[in-house]
Design a protein around this ligand. Structure first.
Ligand SMILES: Cc1cc2nc3c(=O)[nH]c(=O)nc-3n(C[C@H](O)[C@H](O)[C@H](O)COP(=O)(O)O)c2cc1C
Length: 205
């Protein structure tokens, strides 16, 4: 049976949402499909306005019940870094998953990450590392991007580019003005494809 994939993300300014769409494109190129979800906003509108956050993309359903993820075999998490870690909105989601943790409902599911930072050295790899504790406690099996399927892109030093063997990535610039580049989108697509192919090797009864 084909694996069921979800892409779960938070995106305040749209960079991670753009990468999520590229990940989906890659999954489709591999013959699969995925459902997109965004984690719930936790900031009041007054604060979002002060942060110049645009309105959320209402075409993507909000993930309010952690039970929703129990139906999926693989999940790609899209994370805009906050100090090299999950944003609070994601943490608020994880903090609702005590029941799943206790019952092992996410145990054995496959997980990958893609990340956005303002700048180079802003914490793409540390954000991926910070995810590992949550993944380990839940029993997620982490699937890195690795080098095998994306070596030329990862080795390319011709321009500034987000992403690493931990997962695809983009640089938003401090004021959010830089949108994902063609190479970053290509890397996200390659990750979606490789993730789907890796998870497809498992025989889901
Ligand atoms: C409170 C806060 C903390 C942040 N911390 C970092 C950081 O540690 N490193 C970095 O490069 N960018 C940091 N950023 C920038 C965000 O990562 C950036 O806005 C985000 O990746 C853009 O993605 P989005 O458009 O999907 O929201 C921070 C932004 C905020 C609001």
């Amino acid at each position: 049976m084909a694996p069921k994939i979800a892409i779960v993300f938070y995106s305040m300014y749209g960079h991670i949402k753009t990468l999520a769409d590229a990940e989906l494109k890659g999954i489709k190129a591999a013959g699969g499909d995925a459902d997109l979800y965004q984690v719930e906003e936790t900031l009041p509108q007054e604060v979002l306005t002060k942060m110049y956050a645009p309105a959320k993309d209402s075409s993507v359903p909000t993930l309010s019940d952690p039970k929703t993820l129990e139906q999926y075999d693989g999940i790609l998490f899209g994370i805009p870094t906050r100090y090299g870690n999950f944003p609070a909105q994601f943490k608020a989601f994880w903090d609702k998953t005590g029941g799943q943790w206790q019952q092992g409902s996410y145990w054995g599911k496959y997980a990958g990450v893609f990340i956005s930072t303002a700048s180079q050295g802003g914490g793409q790899e540390s954000t991926a590392l910070a995810c590992m504790s949550t993944f380990a406690h839940h029993g997620f099996i982490y699937v890195p991007l690795g080098y095998k399927t994306a070596f030329p892109l990862l080795a390319d030093l011709s321009e500034a580019r987000g992403g690493s063997p931990w997962g695809a990535g983009t640089y938003s610039a401090a004021d959010g003005s830089r949108m994902p580049s063609a190479k970053e989108l290509e890397l996200a697509e390659a990750q979606g494809k490789a993730f789907y192919e890796a998870v497809s090797k498992v025989n889901f009864a």
